[in-house]
Write a protein of this length. Sequence first.
Length: 547
Amino acid sequence: MKILKHTTHALPILVLTLALLLTGCSEAEKIQKAFVLSETECSVMAEETKKLTLENRGNADVGDYTLAWMTENPDVATVTDDGTVTGIAPGKTKITVVLRTAKEEVYFHSNVTVTENTTPPSSISFQNTVYALGEGEVLDLNEQISVSPANAVLQALTWTSSNPSIAAVSGGIVSPVSQGISTITATTADGKISASCTIRVSGITVPPTGIAFDEISYVIVTGETRKLSFTVEPENASGYSILWTSSDSEIATVSEGSVTGVKEGEVTLRATLNTEQGEIFAECTVTVEPAPEVSVPATRLQLTPTTLTIPEDNDGPFKFSCTVSPANCTDLPVWTTSRPDLISINKNTGEFTLLKAPTDEPGSVLITCTVGELSKSAVVYIEPRKPVLEIAFNEDSVLYDKAPKNTVELVAGYVGSEDLPQVTWSSSDVTVATVSAEGVVTGLKAGTCTVTATSKSDPTVTATYTVTVEKAPYLALKVGETVAIDPALIPPDPINWNYLETYVELDPENRTVTGKKEAVETPTTVSCFSQSTEEFFPIDVYVFPAE
């Protein structure tokens, strides 16, 4: 129990007297005297709520108890389990709360009077801001109105449409008239509160009946574009398109209602509507005059970016962006470079490419854009690059697997340089071809291999060349040496062998050739005739001196 402290001396006597009275009372009387209903006479408006409470002001110890709330006439007022009373309709009723303990039931009553709700609304709004309507549909906006506060009584509303030719409203019922957008507004009778929503009407076509230009003649200059002003009747016409034509598009063009002057002259412009009743058109005259020459100097230049780094192995093209103010400046930009030996630049577009790059340290170049009297520069940083090594033949001969045509010399050099670097040579397959320290490749057997040149000053700089060795289409032997004729060089049915006995001796049966005299610079020939193809097959034979 909470102890209340007062300054008066009468409080102890009062508490003692109340305790004596409760001690001598029954359980029900004790409850009846200790508990007090917050209001025994209660007044609320319809749709208003008020909460009643049952309080133990005498601090009576009654043990556990429950409360049950009830109404005598729920058509007048209702009550919830926590004692909240809601006015339903004007009238009178009785609200009763029953306090139940293990032994007793005690009733407490409040006479409730419900009066008519006169709460004015503070605001009204529609549930949605936009509504869509099609042909034949209607919308009851009375069902879409929300009122604040919730218990406010909504007054009679006045309804208006911003465009009745698109959407008409009567008593809150909206009907579509033609395609378009209209705003519907509801206003209370006192004119203090209103709410609006948008109505989009689609699917309704109102055919046009006419078209007219607001002006019958226009004067523009070459290069100028002007929007033509015209009116289609009726105002709510829909479902149409306009075909625009010019009597001479070399003088003036027209597109989507805008005319652009091309050159001096006069044209007739026509706007044509295609309707179910036929074509409806309107015409106007456009005179194109020469545009006056006006010089507009540049007042500000901006290069973007201000610096650019050209990375290794990227020669471009590159370009800086130049922004000129004002936008109608008549001066044209001119681009230059401080190092034309390193960078080639297009003076009109500013696009540039790298001609060559330093090989030892970074290089920097200024790119300058000049517009009239103003200039702006940006910096190009060129990263150093390793020299590029390449290999080339010193002749176009075919490499064979036998002398005398089984060698070729390779040359290694830097791209863009006339200096020949010191390199080491190697072959990926020495059974196919070998390479000497001087770059001489010797073919040994038919096949391919890779010859690599490596810079002695920088072993990371290399170049490769693919060497192809073909099978020799000739014979090569020494004086006194006997070799078999390759079957690939003769037909399967050779007859009538011919040769010079001075240089070689031929064994037709075994198809072998023996060297007798040197034939190095100019080969001797051994030939035969094919019985089946009736062709001659000559074979060059090189005879080298015996060791």
